[in-house]
Design a binder for this molecule. Structure first.
Ligand code: SF4
Ligand code: FES
Length: 151
């Protein structure tokens, strides 16, 4: 099992790959949604460190600081839950950011529906495939790099 957000080709697990912490504050990481931006690593290296095992060390910073770093994850690969902090609030207004040669980053109150209105996801942060090559549509899985997508 790949446990490193810096590695390409993380397995498609279709759900939470790892969780850290306890019922009061739990960090959830979904390898299928991590596209290795490294944002979490740069924001809070005391907590997110791909050279450590586990790669998430919750004793490295306050829970508020960890939650703030999680909110910076553009793909929703990182989330948190628990009763010690209020739930993450959605950005207002909802924004769509076009990443050069990459996905759409969407932040806000997002509901993604499939055929017949089936709800695929209700989240605050997603990265949506723009190149057509993702194996995890509608989400970006970093395949745009493999196919050398240029916009
Ligand atoms: S910020 Fe999110 S998408 Fe980027 S490396 Fe961290 S977990 Fe992965
Ligand atoms: S834009 Fe990333 S896989 Fe398509």
């Amino acid at each position: 099992m790949v446990e490193d957000p810096a590695q390409a080709g993380a397995p498609r697990t279709g759900g939470v790959t790892r969780s850290y912490g306890d019922a009061g504050f739990r960090v959830l990481w979904d390898a299928t949604r991590c596209i290795h931006t490294g944002i979490c690593l740069r924001r809070l290296p005391e907590v997110f460190d791909v050279n450590a095992r586990p790669w998430v060390r919750l004793d490295g910073a306050s829970e508020e600081a960890v939650a703030e770093a999680i909110r910076a994850c553009p793909t929703g690969a990182l989330r948190y839950d628990g009763d010690r902090l209020p739930p993450e609030a959605a950005d207002e207004p909802t924004t769509v950011t076009v990443r050069p040669n990459g996905p759409f980053y969407v932040r806000g109150r997002i509901r993604i529906q499939g055929r017949a209105g089936a709800v695929i996801a209700e989240e605050n942060r997603v990265a949506l495939c723009r190149c057509g090559a993702s194996q995890n549509k509608p989400f970006c899985d970093n395949s745009h790099q493999l196919v050398q997508f240029r916009d």
